[in-house]
Design a binder for this molecule. Structure first.
Ligand code: ADP
Ligand code: MG
Length: 664
């Protein structure tokens, strides 16, 4: 595929700007879809208020007057006759248009209307009258240094030069079945729509393609899983495991016991385990997975548990070591910040089989990591990982059993599609002694009450999380930041309590240290971004205060709230926001993650549900699994049929679809 830098008009600077927003190839560029379309209807002068955005067409009535300023800047003025009267137009830095703007020329002017002076300050002048009543204007996600107009120019140039090379992932059969336009034409239209009908038509086609590719991957992985047997005839002695369970400091809930049973059955069966363990935050999934690892260990195989963050990996590691301190088992922690020397030792131990359990982050699936006899792979917070990352564990011969854990309650219909015939264990019941977390929505003006509440909790020797949407102050936002809160909290509580911060930009060693101190109650107030959103477990923390709560999706708020209420003391969650109260009030009433995620679905689409920062399984460029659910079902059906179809001569396409699984 042609390189981005070869597209005419893209220089070194714009290249690096594009890379900043993750556009690295020509294909990325032409599939950088508008996130919105502005419908420009022609306006009538008399209906305009001062300062309104205006779109109007007319004929040039006076020869444009050009003024040049320093630094190469210029401005042009002319009069325009429109069906609703004469109006002045001025536009900056378009001297090059002068020769085209001869008297009598038809143009469409887009800009801002100054009613008093009867002048439009134009942002754009398009030659020729609008042929249609409306004009549809694509709006792109851009970045400083690249305007919407630049983006549109780059995309159209790329399409012009390389449009034919853009790969079409829809097999011939379905292109003709649905009468789809070809890829190049479709992309052209989506970036330059002439009518809403045409736009809709190609959007459906492009969405179908994206979902077809996605469902093909899922179906392919499923098929592979079904074909494979571990070939392990494992005898798991349930009695030994039961004995261990009896010694736990708490008794497992019935749902937990049932889930452990499911795991043991899967481990003993010659088929490969492909199971999803779903349960709301705080439902106690971790201990279930640990017991799975222990059973796997008893039967002589290695286990690996992969977590999405280092903080979480570290926590799991500490807990597992504590849990198994009387067992004869060697456990390792492998993350990005493990030293080179330690890594070599761990690689060796895993390859030779002297290490039986390993917990880590993505570091676990690097190519260098080889296992002696990996029998069980677990991923925590599954939705944070991409589909392709599942396939990537090196082993010697055997195919490990696989368990996914997720606290993201995906509404059932969607789960069925995405996870398909994966087996599911659900933990609904909460551990005993848990109380409902009281949730309050507060305004910024009520901050005093909030501080008082924090103070009361601190006096009872409890700890507090404080969450902000941003790390540091930035010019173009007045959202609350972690750094600002640190200063304020120090003023309010610094004399008697220790306050510290964690956020995603800190070195992980640092983060881990502070988390450790918070865990040991050496720090009482922890201020953070959403890095504590997943999994962190500090039972003595009873209060979480979330600033600018309207910035977060309900599912994220629910995950954040799940950081408290993990012990036996009454816990509370304070959401601070001056806007969006109605949505936030749902949190006051509701504590069931499934209900909350359904509400979130209704209100915001899937965006928040699957995590916006890390792209997990569900990040689509143009499709939306909620509003395009019908297309998804069709793509699912077709891709299954296509996968099993032996009479296709499109081997190249199949290969391409399959390799895109390992590349992500
Ligand atoms: P999640 O499902 O969100 O991952 P965790 O596994 O982190 O939840 O469990 C939350 C907390 O509940 C942990 O402190 C854990 O030790 C505790 N826990 C788990 N199961 C039980 C139980 N049956 N009774 C009491 N506490 C439990
Ligand atoms: Mg968890």
């Amino acid at each position: 595929m042609t390189a981005l830098k070869d597209v005419k008009g893209i220089g070194v600077k714009s290249l690096s700007l594009l890379q900043k927003i993750n556009i690295n190839t020509v294909e990325d560029l032409v599939t950088h879809y508008p996130f919105r379309y502005d419908i420009l209807e022609r306006n009538n002068l008399s209906e305009m208020e001062d300062g309104d955005k205006i779109v109007i067409d007319g004929k040039v009535e006076s020869i444009p007057m050009l003024m040049r300023f320093k630094a190469g800047l210029n401005k042009m003025n002319f009069r325009l006759v429109t069906p609703s009267g004469v109006v002045g137009v001025s536009i900056f830095n378009r001297a090059f248009l002068k020769s085209q703007l001869t008297v009598g020329t038809g143009v469409t002017v887009i800009g801002k209307y100054d009613k008093l002076k009867n002048v439009i300050t134009a942002s754009d002048i398009k030659m020729g009258l609008l042929t249609n009543k409306i004009k549809i204007e694509p709006v792109y996600h851009c970045t400083t240094g690249i305007t919407n107009k630049n983006m549109s120019t780059y995309i159209n140039m790329a399409l012009l030069m390389y449009g034919k090379e853009i790969y079409d992932y829809i097999p011939e059969k379905y292109i003709s079945k649905y009468n789809f336009l070809n890829k190049k034409t479709s992309l052209n239209i989506v970036h330059n729509p002439s009518t809403p009908e045409k736009l809709k038509e190609v959007q459906i086609r492009l969405k179908y393609e994206e979902l077809f590719e996605f469902m093909f991957k899922i179906n392919y992985l499923k098929l592979q899983n079904k074909k494979e047997r571990t070939g392990l005839s494992r005898n798991i002695d349930k009695k030994v495991l039961d004995k261990f369970i009896k010694k736990l400091p708490f008794s497992l809930t019935n749902d937990q016991l049932k889930a452990v049973d499911d795991l043991v059955k899967d481990l003993s069966s010659p088929y490969r385990m492909n199971r999803l363990l779903q349960g709301d935050v705080g439902s106690g999934k971790t201990i279930v997975s640990f017991l799975g690892m222990l059973a796997n260990h008893y039967s002589g195989y290695q286990s690996a548990l992969m977590a999405p963050t280092e903080i979480l990996a570290n926590q799991h590691y500490q807990n597992l070591k504590e849990l198994l301190k009387e067992e004869e088992v060697s456990i390792a922690l492998l993350t990005g910040s493990t030293s080179k020397k330690d890594k070599q030792v761990i690689y060796k131990g895993l390859k030779e089989g002297t290490i039986s359990m390993v917990i880590g982050t993505h570091a676990l699936i690097q190519d260098e990591v080889e296992y002696n006899n990996l029998g069980l792979v677990i991923t925590d917070e599954q939705h944070r990982f991409g589909v392709h990352q599942r396939a990537n564990l090196q082993n010697k011969g055997i195919k490990p059993d696989v368990l996914f854990m997720s606290a993201t309650p995906i509404p059932r219909t969607y789960a069925l599609t995405i996870y398909g015939d994966m087996d599911v264990s659900i933990i609904k019941e909460r551990p005993k002694g848990r109380q409902k977390i009281d949730t309050y929505v507060k305004k910024n003006s009520e901050i005093k009450d909030v501080l008082q509440l924090m103070y009361d909790e601190l006096k009872q020797k409890h700890q507090v999380y404080v969450i902000a949407p941003l790390i540091e102050d930035s010019e173009n936002s007045d959202l609350t930041t972690v750094c600002k809160l640190r200063d304020q909290m120090k003023l309010a509580f610094g004399e008697h309590y220790r306050i510290d911060i964690v956020h995603g930009k800190m070195a992980s060693q640092n983060k881990d240290n502070i988390m450790e101190q918070f865990k040991n109650n050496e720090v009482q107030i922890l201020i953070s971004t959403t890095v504590v959103e997943v999994g962190v477990d500090v039972p003595n923390a009873t209060t979480i205060v979330i600033f600018d709560a309207d910035r977060f999706g309900l599912s994220t708020l629910h995950q954040l709230r799940g950081r408290v209420g993990r012990g036996t003391s009454k816990s509370q969650c304070i959401l601070i926001s001056d806007s969006d109260a109605e949505r936030l009030k749902i949190m006051e009433k509701e504590d069931d993650g499934f209900v909350i995620s359904e509400e979130d679905f209704k209100l915001r689409g899937h965006g928040d549900l699957f995590g916006t920062k890390q792209s997990g399984d569900m990040s689509f460029k143009i499709a939306d699994i909620k509003s395009d659910y019908k297309i998804l079902l069709q793509a699912k059906k077709d891709s299954e049929e296509y996968l099993l179809d032996k009479n296709t001569d499109e081997e190249e396409l199949k290969k391409k679809l399959i390799t895109s699984i390992t590349q992500g």
